[in-house]
Design a protein around this ligand. Structure first.
Ligand SMILES: Cc1cc2nc3c(=O)[nH]c(=O)nc-3n(C[C@H](O)[C@H](O)[C@H](O)COP(=O)(O)OP(=O)(O)OC[C@H]3O[C@@H](n4cnc5c(N)ncnc54)[C@H](O)[C@@H]3O)c2cc1C
Length: 400
């Protein structure tokens, strides 16, 4: 009987995991199915470009899967039964129960619009290409009357949105609001560059107070301050779906699943959790941050572990480290902050248009990985039965 590998989510982690796993096994022995809610791959690090009227490429997931044995299912995952080993999806309005032997959970994260009151009602977030296009229309209308835009969140996403909006719509009054100084984690040289770029683009900053509530036309801060706006863009952190917790997987207080060094759930063998949905320990101890690179590292690793275990081989060691943080500040200014192995900032940075080119190359590199997730020639397609000769049947750890 065919062993069923079910991959949930076709983002930076899941797409690569599905393709790379399929390349290493025989399709008559192992079927790989990828389930995702949206037919197109959404390049989220470019959504702020879409929100400011720039065209960004949208590639159907099906195109990335051409000439592979991966079966694509467009549907929303609404439930996981870890005891029965089934996943319930809604496809074209109809519920479907999909059995699996091995599960890869890669449902990612999105901007948290629930933790602060008023965000879901009065603020806009770049949660997808539809939302980004609607924000674009609003920005265009608001620019005609030189309106005020409040961007909430001094992390990477907030900084990128504020600068992109200010550069594309110089008539708008853009204020970046955050509890800490925007980019406070960067090296002093990098922080100085960000501050200079804010001045050049006319981005005002308001830091020190945490947004307590978003009202229809102003932010209420916990230091008593109020920031008026005509449009509020929310970038106050990411949140992962509650599905992992609801299904009974062991999760942390952010609902990210606890996994071991092979990315397997510590509570449920045979379930692998990758990308933003997983709380993966970093080499230096703390967790890997959410980001595309985490998907790009954990997706291939999970595929290799699953393929190795199915074919009686030992998974290799998980090697990873982050080397940079790529930040766009509009289309003329960019910042690459190089990192030490523990993710603390090095002194060295790259700025200006060179940094923009570097970031573009990095984002395009991810798309190369989607097309060619390795192993290079797919020549190591192993039979499950071949595993017997490698280590002996007792070495298998096939999920039931
Ligand atoms: C505006 C914005 C800007 C960003 N900029 C950067 C940046 O510059 N650099 C960076 O490193 N990171 C950036 N990020 C974060 C980055 O996009 C994520 O960390 C990354 O996408 C996570 O990859 P993932 O594969 O874990 O999950 P995702 O990319 O979130 O993929 C999850 C997949 O699961 C699908 N899915 C989710 N729920 C369901 C469901 N119930 N049923 C079926 N399918 C479902 C989704 O449609 C998607 O295909 C940004 C995020 C946003 C929102």
């Amino acid at each position: 009987m065919t062993h069923k590998v079910l991959v949930l989510g076709a983002g930076y982690a899941g797409l690569v995991a599905a393709k790379r796993c399929a390349r290493q096994v025989r399709s008559n022995e192992v079927s790989v199915t990828l389930v995702t809610a949206i037919p197109d791959f959404v390049e989220r690090p470019r959504l702020h470009q879409l929100a400011t009227g720039q065209a960004i490429e949208s590639v159907p997931v099906a195109r990335y899967l051409r000439k592979t044995s991966v079966r694509l299912v467009i549907g929303s995952v609404v439930g996981i039964d870890l005891d029965a080993r089934t996943v319930t999806t809604v496809q074209a309005g109809e519920p479907h129960v999909m059995p699996y032997n091995t599960l890869v959970y890669a449902l990612g994260s999105n901007i948290d619009v629930e933790s602060v009151p008023g965000v879901a009602t009065h603020a806009w977030s770049l949660v997808g290409s539809g939302a980004a296009s609607q924000v674009c229309t609003r920005l265009q209308v608001l620019a005609q009357r030189k309106g005020r835009v409040a961007v909430c969140g001094g992390g990477l996403t907030g900084i990128e949105i504020a600068t992109e909006v200010a550069e594309s719509f110089p008539d708008l009054q853009v204020t970046l609001v955050s509890n800490a100084r925007p980019g406070a984690w960067l090296s002093p040289k990098a922080q100085a560059y960000v501050t200079r770029t804010f001045e050049t683009l006319g981005v005002a900053t308001r830091s020190g107070g945490r947004v307590q509530e978003v009202h229809a036309d102003e932010l209420e801060l916990d230091d008593g301050g109020r920031v008026p706006f005509e449009l509020c863009l929310w970038a106050g952190g990411f949140r992962v779906p509650k599905l992992a917790r609801a299904s009974g997987l062991a999760v942390d207080n952010q609902d990210r699943a606890h996994v071991d060094s092979n990315l397997e759930s510590v509570s449920h063998p045979g379930v692998y959790v990758i990308g933003d949905a997983a709380a993966v320990a970093g080499a230096w101890g703390s967790e890997l941050a959410m980001g595309c690179r985490t998907g790009g590292l954990t997706g291939p690793k999970a595929a290799d572990v699953i393929a190795a275990r199915l074919t009686g081989r030992e998974p290799g060691r998980f090697r990873y480290r982050y080397i940079h943080e790529c930040i766009s500040l509009g289309r003329r200014h960019g910042l690459i902050q190089f990192l030490h192995a523990d993710e603390s900032p090095k002194r060295s940075i790259l700025t200006g248009r060179k940094a923009i080119a570097y970031k573009n190359a990095t984002l395009n590199g991810a798309k190369v990985l989607f097309r060619h997730p390795g192993p290079v020639l797919a020549r190591r397609r192993h039979f499950i039965s071949n595993g017997k000769s490698a280590k002996g049947p007792s070495q298998y750890r096939l999920p039931k």
